[in-house]
Write a protein that binds this ligand. Structure first.
Ligand code: PGA
Length: 252
């Protein structure tokens, strides 16, 4: 059966000391009260090695928020998948709408990043989702299908099983506007059907599809109760231990 996952995406928040504090606090909170799902925190690169030493990896997985589209060499300022892995991280977020929009990450670039992440033994949290304009034009299904086809449907069925999908409608990210649980369920079920067409029912049934976009403790129970919503990718509400724990507890 597919995994239930609550993953945090710290984005460009928390200096090193603040990040260490948050990781320690979360580690203690989850040691005292074991989660009923997989928990992952995705942090800025500079936090990874230290946070890796602090957390109990059997309870909290660690991930980066990005990695380079090249393996190594003269790419000043970039961080490779191999480097991410060497910190102790197990995951990497790829395809986040902020990376696509502000850093011009194309489907082809993302395809390279996904391949390098998998080659280096990282699991990928691959983000897809439509803009408000696309939703208003009722194009959300085409958009998410094209995003899957553009960057991850080249993978073998075996490799695809190392991918977690995060559906994040761009209009719901950081806006306080959540997709209703029915809206989210509808497109999650569609995403699963597209995966089934490509890889078959077993792979589709085993793929975790997370919802992201203004998910918080108050709306998580309703979202997570839907059959095709397997957890959340959490931005703002992952920055405070109590808020994030509140979402994790939605699985209880
Ligand atoms: P948000 O961000 O929870 O702050 O809306 C989600 C995300 O971008 O991953």
């Amino acid at each position: 059966m597919r995994k239930k996952i609550v993953a945090g995406n710290w984005k460009m928040n928390k200096n090193l000391q603040e990040g260490i504090e948050l990781a320690k606090e979360l580690n203690e909170a989850l040691a005292a009260d074991k989660p009923n799902c997989d928990v992952v925190i995705c942090t800025p690169f500079i936090h990874l090695a230290k946070v890796s030493d602090i957390i109990d990896h059997s309870v909290i997985g660690l991930g980066a928020e990005n990695c380079a589209d090249k393996a190594k060499g003269a790419f000043t300022g970039e961080v490779s998948a191999e480097m991410v892995k060497s910190t102790g991280a197990e995951y990497v977020i790829l395809g986040h709408s902020e990376r696509r929009e502000y850093y011009n990450e194309t489907p082809e670039i993302l395809k390279e990043k996904v391949l390098l992440a998998l080659e280096n033994g990282l699991k990928v949290i691959f983000c897809i989702g439509e803009s408000l304009e696309q939703r208003e034009a009722n194009q959300q299904n085409e958009v998410v299908k094209a995003e899957l086809e553009g960057s991850v449907f080249n993978l073998s069925a075996e490799d695809f099983q190392k991918i977690v999908i995060a559906y994040e409608p761009i209009w719901a990210i950081g806006t306080g506007k959540t997709a209703t649980s029915d809206q989210a369920e509808e497109i999650h079920a569609y995403i699963r059907s597209v995966i089934e067409q490509k890889y078959g029912k077993e792979v589709a049934d085993n793929t975790s599809i997370l919802y992201g976009g203004s998910c918080k403790a108050s709306n998580a129970p309703e979202l997570f109760a839907k059959p095709d919503i397997d957890g959340g990718l959490i931005g703002g509400a992952s920055l405070k231990c109590a808020d994030f724990k509140g979402i994790i507890d939605a699985w209880k």
